[in-house]
Design a protein around this ligand. Sequence first.
Ligand SMILES: *Cc1c(COP(=O)(O)O)cnc(C)c1O
Length: 352
Amino acid sequence: MADYRPGLNELPTYSVEEREWEIKIDANESSFNLPPLVQERLMNRLAGLAFNRYPDIGMKGLKEQIAGNFQLRSDNVLIGNGSSEILEKLFHAYGGGGRSIVFPAPSFSMYDIYAKLSESRAIPVQLESDYSLRPDKVLAAARDSAAKLIVLCTPNNPTGNAMEEQDIEYIVQQAGCPVVVDEAYIEFHGRSAVDLLNRYANVMIARTFSKAYGFASARIGYLIAAADIVAMLGKICMPYHVNALSLAGAEIIYQMRNEFAPYIQQTIGERRQLAAALEELPGVTVYSSVTNFLLVKFTQAGRVAAVLAEHGIGVRDFSSVPGLIDCLRISIGTPAQNDRVLKIITGCRERG
Ligand SMILES: *Cc1c(COP(=O)(O)O)cnc(C)c1O
């Protein structure tokens, strides 16, 4: 019999439904492909790529651009194969051997999986009933478990709300360990914790190209942090862990990131409209969101998800997950998609 390492058999699999949805609003992807001008430049760049060569190991082009935007240096930037790779590396770098890592719950499901994978002790801190996170609870959990890393997710997935800036700063200031702020949805919120980097050596910011920048296919994320942290994390990344095609695309997207502003604004406008319309329906609670998705509570959430699925619409069903009972997470689609989603949900509410 196969003798896998302890714990692997019990490790949950990241669950995504493998169906080809007609309207795919289950993964918080951008509902728009790249802006035409960006796509054109990207194709031209790929046409001139040396496919036979390994990527630039220093990833200098993209690092310099990102660092420049934050008035930092290239050695403050780590590029990853999605921010997922960066988060996983953080769990390996600070955890392992039963050392504790604190993160909110409910939040991004991968934190718990990375804790198990890295043989760290997961210390989830439960959100309050309004889904806010109490800084004193985070600090107490970190202190009591002698945590080696605190993960904050703001805006939080799947609840959609953001932490107050002073609460983030308070945690960073009081924590006796590094704190990573997962800012996967920051472009929709606009209020980053990145300025804390100037004042605190223990704070790190993780970002992704997968959500607002519509580049989920290419798997690009980055971390900004003190140079010594970046150097240490670099040791546990494989050489050439980010491929040259994705890097070339990310450089163009970052250069042209202003092109995305209208799409981001449109998504925010659509989210507001959809939230307002859903709130009017009986048996529906919409949680306030500063992201490209809504967490919505339904009486009979499972049935709503099933009816949507019958119509080829895939949402993320959290209806039986502790802390998210009866909730569905609905990513914001194109205006036409959102109208259709609203119509179907309205139909199922009226039929009771
Ligand atoms: C989507 C998401 C990520 C992962 O993004 P990738 O860069 O695609 O790996 C990380 N954190 C949160 C909270 C997310 O929702």
